[in-house]
Design a protein around this ligand. Sequence first.
Ligand code: RIB
Ligand code: CA
Length: 317
Amino acid sequence: MSHPAPHPRKIIIDTDPGQDDAVAILLALASPELDVLGITVAAGNVPLPLTQKNARVICELAGRRDMKIFAGCDAPLAQRLVTAEHVHGKTGLDGIALPDPTMPLSPGHAVDFLIDTLRREPAGSVTLCPLGPLTNIATALAKAPDIAPKIAEIVLMGGAYFEVGNITPAAEFNIYVDPEAADIVFRSGVPIVVLPLDVTHKALTSREWVERMRGLGTEAGRAVASWTDFFERYDTAKYGSLGAPLHDPCVIAYLLQPDLFTGRQIHVAIELEGRHTRGMTVADWWRVTEGAPNAFFIGGVKRDAFFDLLTERIARL
Ligand code: RIB
Ligand code: CA
């Protein structure tokens, strides 16, 4: 008996491109298991005018001028925007010069696209994939609480526990930029999968892999090689590690092959008050509190299989 092809999983990617966001978006667009209903853009690595432009550059590079791309919130809920040009360069996509986009933004605000899509699609059929600060997601949940039970899962890159912070000693960038938004998301009751620095710092590129990307002889391969080369210099200077941590692609790889990852269902709280720890994900890894588990917190990845998946998919573009 023939088995019908499984329906592609419907996702919305929320992003602040960023070179690693770009690789994640290319991975998603190259994977037929995923149906990207749209891309919502947040301010983060660089301000919104640049992140929304970068999202269009990436989709055009993937030959997806049809993709719906919505600009979202341009500032966090309760504090001024902190950006990361020191990591991503002033454009947010430094490393290779790509043509300005010609595809338009979709009309309307990203938050309204999130709400309208979740209200329209069957309950439990759409997964949200935040790759940056959680401002758009939190704003949608606050504006339309009825969407929370309709979200299948939120699979996000953010936070850290054993790996501690990358923007402060205690906090990871995506959470630190908008801790109030993260608090709303982590207290929403929506099933959450967290890909923190604990796992993304194990997804380090190698020189051999970057050259394999360049050797694909495609625009996408050249861009991925150039982006990861640029992105690597920051982590090498800071951590002494060789290789760039592919933070955001871990989210998409988890959707495609969850067995590559290991983690625990635990309670994760967002620190809002700490003078030195604001934006920290307080992950109860050892279950020492009564906090009800609210997140699947990932700590391990099969690194070689992760990069094999990435190579095979990027080569399709
Ligand atoms: O801390 C890493 C995260 O911050 C990644 O999503 C990167 O793109 C930046 O947004
Ligand atoms: Ca990002």
